[in-house]
Design a protein around this ligand. Structure first.
Ligand SMILES: Cc1cc2nc3c(=O)[nH]c(=O)nc-3n(C[C@H](O)[C@H](O)[C@H](O)COP(=O)(O)OP(=O)(O)OC[C@H]3O[C@@H](n4cnc5c(N)ncnc54)[C@H](O)[C@@H]3O)c2cc1C
Length: 423
């Protein structure tokens, strides 16, 4: 066993057993790669990034070297071309070892999914598609050749990230490009991404702002007028460095457009499973809390005296409860990510919200049970459990599918058919 060499590292069992879940060859390979890299490289560094609320730069270097930055870059552009489900399971494996790395990697990978596999399913004119293919190739080359990192700052503190109103970060067409003004909060990878993939509302002469005019544009981090402000000292997901981004008259060239006009609105409406991409991190955290508990109670956690606690029926009950929650979460989540695609049915949407809610809430509940079951010494900062617990608390807060919003949609959609009201 050699911590420096991921290929010889003693691996944890896969979250989704490749034979039992009938994974594709690519899913087997990418999830194994994520596990090897995560266990050997990310796990030993996770405590430090958390303690210092520092961005996991070293992990990104490793991901570039391992080809993981290009996981969802289409094959014809030189990447792995991983589709949605493959990405989701690969990200869950990373989440087991470092939540902040998995969550920020999600922001990066989404820039490839939105522009890649997903837009291939959407309607565009032949001219739009040709231009889009040309532009996305530039973004993908930056990622593969230079190790460029993309982020996804959508949130503004109001209802826009929930999908209820247009974004107030504005963009105006000017000669040769776009002029962007506004503010994004909780912008993970602030000061560390090379490009911020910003959602903003196009200001059109004489027209009111509309969600249909949402633009998705890559703003180079070094562009004039871009500023990172504010502190970052949160409860959990501390390595994400999700500070505030300000854009003041930022000019970006036309080719930084990540999608043609009008296509983001179509993407968000027709491919809503994309909003589940925030969940795999927490699927991984749930698995990690369970794995820790088993090792700890068996007296096998590295570095601790071999004290066994597994013989107490109360501990066995706690582990059983955790196991039930983990299996329920995995089964529902696997089904939802398997059926993800364009234009989902009402039933598929209900399942997607249920799966998302279940992962986010159960991850935290499983961590809570892990601490209660393992006992006092398990929550010391020298062990990963208290970090998993703090990180797991963040999942339910993420827009657009917060736990509250999932409940709201599930309740309403279960009781009303499309077009129905009570008048
Ligand atoms: C660790 C971490 C990393 C993050 N990284 C990113 C990132 O990289 N990019 C990004 O874009 N965001 C990111 N976020 C932000 C996240 O997605 C949410 O936008 C943020 O947590 C919302 O905080 P808030 O206090 O404004 O929440 P809230 O007050 O709960 O929500 C904000 C607004 O959303 C609307 N809203 C809330 N609930 C409902 C509802 N039930 N129905 C209708 N509207 C509702 C309301 O207008 C509300 O004022 C991150 C958050 C965390 C915790």
């Amino acid at each position: 066993m050699n911590a420096a060499d991921p290929d010889t590292f003693d691996l944890d069992a896969p979250i989704f057993d490749p034979d039992a879940f009938r994974l594709t060859d690519q899913e087997r390979e990418l999830t194994a790669l994520a596990r090897r890299t995560g266990k050997a490289r990310f796990a030993p560094r996770a405590a430090e990034f958390d303690r210092d609320a520092r961005f996991p730069t070293e992990n990104y270097r490793d991901m570039h070297e391992a080809g993981l930055l290009g996981a969802c870059v289409p094959k014809e552009n030189g990447g792995h071309g991983a589709p949605f489900r493959t990405y989701m399971m690969t990200a869950a494996e990373i989440g087991r070892y470092c939540g902040s790395t998995a969550l920020t990697w999600n922001m990066h990978v989404c820039s490839c999914l939105w522009t890649g596999a997903l837009t291939d399913d959407l309607d565009m004119t032949a001219e739009q598609r040709a231009k889009h293919m040309e532009r996305r190739a530039v973004h993908y080359a930056r990622i593969l050749d230079e190790g460029a990192i993309y982020s996804q700052p959508f949130s503004e503190g109001g209802a826009a990230a929930a999908g209820a109103v247009p974004f107030s970060t504005s963009v105006r067409k000017v000669d040769g490009g776009w002029l962007i003004n506004g503010k994004k909060i909780f912008a993970s990878l602030s000061g560390h991404a090379d490009y911020y993939g910003v959602l903003c509302g196009e200001m059109k002469e004489g027209a009111r702002p509309s969600r249909r005019d949402t633009m998705y544009i890559a703003v180079p981090a070094r562009a004039e007028g871009v500023e990172v402000v504010g502190d970052w000292d949160p409860l959990g997901m501390r390595g994400t460095v999700s500070r505030t981004l300000l854009f003041k008259d930022v000019f970006v060239s036309e080719d930084e457009q990540l999608m043609p006009r009008g296509v983001y609105y179509q993407a968000a409406s027709r491919w809503p499973h994309m909003f589940m991409t925030l969940s795999p991190t927490y699927m991984g955290i749930a698995q990690a809390a369970f794995d820790f508990t088993v090792k700890y109670l068996r007296g096998e956690w590295p570095g601790l005296p071999p004290v066994k606690r597994r013989m107490f029926p109360t501990k066995q009950m706690g582990v059983a409860q955790m196991h039930l929650m983990l299996e329920q979460t995995k089964a529902l989540w696997f089904q939802a990510i398997t059926e993800a695609g364009p234009d989902p049915s009402r039933e598929q949407m209900l399942r997607a919200w249920a799966a998302h809610y279940t992962v986010m809430e159960n991850a935290n509940e499983i961590c809570q049970l892990a601490i209660r079951t393992c006992g006092g010494q398990s929550m010391l900062k020298t062990l990963p459990l208290e970090r998993l617990y703090r990180d797991s608390r963040c999942g339910a807060l993420m827009l657009p599918w917060t736990a509250e919003i999932c409940l709201d949609r599930i309740g309403r959609e279960s009781l009303y058919l499309p077009g129905e009201d009570d008048t």
